[in-house]
Design a protein around this ligand. Structure first.
Ligand SMILES: [Zn+2]
Length: 61
């Protein structure tokens, strides 16, 4: 299950649900690729992103 995140400066980063959620939660101005709306697991990305602290790896998560 891959999801593409578009960063604030327009780069596209495709990753798994887990990592895309981290990107969304951490990158200023990042959003999901419009195509992501067609993928049912995207809901999971949003839920995870909302639950994550920005830069969770800095506090060991
Ligand atoms: Zn990953």
């Amino acid at each position: 299950m891959a999801v593409t995140v578009i960063t604030g400066d327009g780069k596209e980063i495709t990753g798994c649900v887990h990592h895309s959620a981290r990107q969304l939660a951490s990158l200023q101005g990042s959003r999901l690729h419009p195509m992501a709306a067609l993928m049912p697991w995207v809901v999971d990305v949003y839920c995870r992103a909302a639950a994550l602290t920005p830069f969770p790896w800095e506090v060991g998560l």
